[in-house]
Design a protein around this ligand. Structure first.
Ligand code: ZN
Length: 270
């Protein structure tokens, strides 16, 4: 499942082939993903020039010179492919550029989405209203996090997954950051000292930045041989490593609540 770093890496890969390019062909090959494609998607995107690309949480943003922004979410199984050998039956959106690139949004399980909003109203997009700060932004600091956690008795892990507190963090990165910061996932969010929140904020930024860096820095790095963007193997500290050694030498444990696994170390996370 694509997390924030995969989306960031995907956006960086798309930027190399889309930025400054006029879109010569835009075609939704079915009516919907998680919900319908905008009925005027082709009308508004085809012939437009992409001015820039961006990301908000796990959403990719493609801005055009017509004042429109295409907002895409990769859902559970979405991925963009550049110049694939064939479009394939799961290639639900095809975009071609004047520069000769073909981009295909592939989404077998169709939990992804594509929407169009006016660029000057992108903050009002339903996914972004009430969304917390971007974890990699300079605005996301320990005092900001402390304020958001104030008085909260819920476990810190659940609070970090709450998009209103911090945007775009998924299960893997929350497990990793909590281990790096030495904080137990079940600790009440409102009861963590500021110095420890400092470490947590640093850990969140580090774990995300390292994953993005693993995604490469050139198009050749971003796109795998089959043209697929965004997915790279990463070595986790605790995630998926139940029974193996934590960096401290103790054994990584797994707990399941609400169908979601938490990987942690009972020795160095307090
Ligand atoms: Zn440990």
């Amino acid at each position: 499942m694509p997390e924030l770093p995969e989306v960031e890496t995907t956006v960086r890969g798309l930027r190399q082939v889309l930025e400054g390019q006029r879109l010569t062909h835009v075609e939704a090959r079915r009516a919907d993903l998680r919900w319908p494609f905008p009925v005027d998607l082709r009308q508004r995107m085809q012939g437009a020039t992409v001015t820039s690309l961006g990301r908000r949480a796990k959403y990719g943003l493609i801005h055009t010179d017509r004042g429109d922004t295409m907002v895409f979410h990769l859902g559970m199984s979405g991925r963009w492919r550049i110049d694939p050998d064939e479009i394939g039956k799961h290639g639900h959106l095809v975009v071609e550029t004047a520069g000769g690139s073909q981009l295909v949004l592939d989404d077998p399980r169709r939990f992804g989405s594509v929407d169009l909003v006016r660029t000057d109203a992108v903050d009002l997009y339903r996914g972004f209203v009430r969304m917390g700060p971007e974890p990699l932004d300079d605005h996301f600091t320990a005092p900001v996090l402390a304020k958001a956690l104030e008085g909260r008795a819920a476990p810190i892990k659940a609070l970090l997954l709450d998009q209103r507190i911090v945007a775009g963090l998924g299960n893997i990165y929350v497990c990793e950051a909590l281990n790096m910061a030495g904080i137990a996932p079940g600790r009440a969010g409102g009861q963590i000292a500021t110095a420890r929140l400092d470490r947590l904020v640093v850990a969140i930024k580090e774990v995300l930045a390292a994953a993005i860096e693993a995604g490469g820095s050139t198009l050749r790095d971003y796109a795998r041989p089959d043209g697929e963007l965004g997915y790279f193997f990463k070595q986790w500290r605790v995630y998926g490593r139940e029974g193996e050694d934590c960096a401290c030498g103790a054994v990584v444990q797994r707990r399941v609540d609400g169908g979601r696994s938490t990987f942690y170390c009972a020795k160095c996370q307090r």
